[in-house]
Write a protein that binds this ligand. Structure first.
Ligand code: HEC
Ligand code: HEC
Length: 463
């Protein structure tokens, strides 16, 4: 009997032990990179998609053209070589019709195009915008506009009121701590809070609780999307990409009839975005060293970032927090504030024949590295100024600033020239000690020798 009792006890202990082991194995399993499956996407006409992006009315409320001219003067570049009134406004605006008058509306290219070497790279994330002063800027525009408004015709007023309403509600809540990072996620959050999920109609008071923090991101390059099975840094954008691409429309959308009309163009827009090739590295590359670097890359990096060249491959992996160790605030916020995910997943965007869905995760997608030379600063929050600093974490600056007016490119470190600072400065300097702005993690190249790292960087220039 005693013997049996012991056996029984042993059994329990063994069971507890086993379940303990199996718990650790499952959590270890969770700590492995997770494959992101693809979802069906629409096809479309890339040429039409491009034309729609640079001339179309996916926003239908803006400032009357004649007032915009007074505010902004005439654009000198006409980078997009547009015709008519579009030729006169900067590349981040389209001139569209509203009740018969010309109005100027902001576009995707505010954030998704950047000047480089005296030309414009469409699809390159703009890391020069200043969201750290947006509230002040908005007040200025508001004051000017209320001055203008005294001379507004009723049609002018109708054309302007929706964008003014959105901007005055959200701009004060959108400031970032430093210049150069983007507040688009915050923008989406704030806009969604003021919209009925089914009808998309504007609600005066926010329906959802709005978190305090503005989480900074760096704008990803458009040419990466063709390889990706999920959108956004934490890979939570699943299902039809067109629904996410058109999200800016909620800045001024009136109802679902308008949303449907705008959405009908986004198969074409997706086709255009997928057609974009990364810009080629414009300076010289030492091919011999780059070839050595390719081996370093294949040994240390390919399992997450894929392979490049003739037989390219991309594994579409979500890398969990415990492995990547970069600032976690961006994906944690989706769990701390699920109200936005819930809003989206029951909204018009998640319905219909081509639904989209937000699937929050706890990690980041290992992005494709095509055109990586052009997309400094690095990591999802733009906290690391150069590839050299990314691949040698000891050299990452805690506080650093760059020249936003006249940036110069550094071919050795690969990225914009920057200055390391001893202490935090104005909002023009990046401060990695702030919440959400940390430069930690991604330590996968720290063990390399100086020569290996140099070769690796030379290779990265060829992608
Ligand atoms: C205010 C700036 C801003 C505007 C305007 C904007 N975007 Fe973005 N976009 C971003 C930021 C920032 C991200 C990254 C967000 C994230 O992943 O958390 C992003 C992500 C994306 C991505 C995902 C890329 C990827 O690799 O996952 C695509 C595609 C995209 N935007 C297309 C568009 C289109 C099309 C428009 C216009 C209809 C637009 N965006 C308007 C800032 C902007
Ligand atoms: C275990 C997977 C993994 C390995 C191995 C890995 N990376 Fe990454 N890498 C990531 C993830 C995930 C990110 C995005 C992290 C973030 O933004 O917070 C990233 C980001 C980057 C970025 C910045 C991208 C951008 O646009 O800001 C570069 C450059 C990069 N990796 C290069 C490399 C190189 C070179 C190697 C090999 C030495 C390497 N990585 C090894 C997962 C990996």
């Amino acid at each position: 009997m005693v013997y049996k009792k012991w056996l029984y006890l042993l059994g329990i202990i063994a069971f507890i032990g086993l379940s303990f082991i199996s718990v650790t194995t499952t959590s270890e399993l969770n700590e492995k990179p997770i494959f992101i499956p693809s979802s069906p996407q629409r096809t479309g006409d890339a040429t039409k998609g491009y034309q729609y992006l640079i001339t179309g009315d996916y926003l239908k409320s803006g400032l009357p053209f004649r007032y915009f001219k007074i505010l902004n003067g005439k654009d000198k570049h006409n980078y997009l070589q547009r015709a008519g009134k579009n030729a006169l406004v900067p590349h981040g605006f389209n001139v569209v019709k509203s009740n018969g008058i010309d109005i100027v509306v902001p576009t995707c290219l505010q954030c998704h195009a950047q000047e480089m070497n005296d030309s414009l790279v469409v699809g390159l994330g703009n890391s020069f915008l200043d969201f750290s002063k947006i509230a002040r800027g908005n007040n200025l525009i508001k004051n000017l506009a209320s001055g203008f408004m005294q001379t507004f015709t009723p049609t002018d007023y109708l054309a302007t009121k929706d964008i003014m309403r959105s901007m005055t509600t959200i701009a004060p809540l959108m400031e970032t701590e430093v210049r150069g990072v983007n507040a688009a996620d915050r923008l989406a959050t704030l806009l969604v809070a003021h919209r009925d999920p089914q009808t998309l109609e504007w609600q005066k008071t926010a329906l959802l609780t709005i978190p305090d923090e503005v989480i900074p991101t760096d704008v990803p390059a458009w040419w990466l999307l063709k390889k990706k099975n999920a959108m956004f840094y934490n890979g939570f954008g699943r299902g039809d990409f067109g629904k996410f691409l058109m999200l800016s429309n909620i800045l001024t959308v009136k109802d679902t009839a308008e949303a449907r009309e705008v959405f009908s163009h986004f198969g074409d827009v997706l086709a255009y975005i997928k057609s974009i090739q990364p810009p080629k590295y414009p300076y010289s590359i030492d091919q011999e060293i780059a070839t050595k670097g390719k081996h370093v890359f294949i040994t240390n990096c390919s399992k997450c970032h894929g392979t490049y060249g003739a037989e390219s491959s991309y594994p579409n992996l979500l890398i969990p927090e415990s492995i990547i160790q970069t600032d976690s605030m961006l994906f944690i916020s989706n769990h701390q504030n699920p109200q936005f995910i819930e809003w989206f997943n029951k909204s018009w965007f998640a319905k219909g024949e081509l639904p989209a869905k937000l699937v929050p995760s706890k990690g980041y997608v290992a992005p494709p590295l095509d055109g990586i030379w052009a997309t400094a600063p690095y990591l999802h929050n733009g906290s690391v100024p150069t590839l050299e600093a990314l691949l040698n974490s000891e050299t990452r600056p805690t506080y650093w600033k760059r020249n936003f007016q006249h940036p110069t490119y550094n071919t050795q470190n690969v990225g914009w020239d920057f200055e390391s600072l001893k202490e935090p400065e104005s909002k023009k300097a990046y401060n990695t000690t702030l919440k959400g702005y940390s430069n930690m993690g991604h330590y996968f190249a720290d063990h390399l020798t100086t020569d290996e790292r140099k070769a690796l960087i030379e290779y990265l220039k060829t992608l």
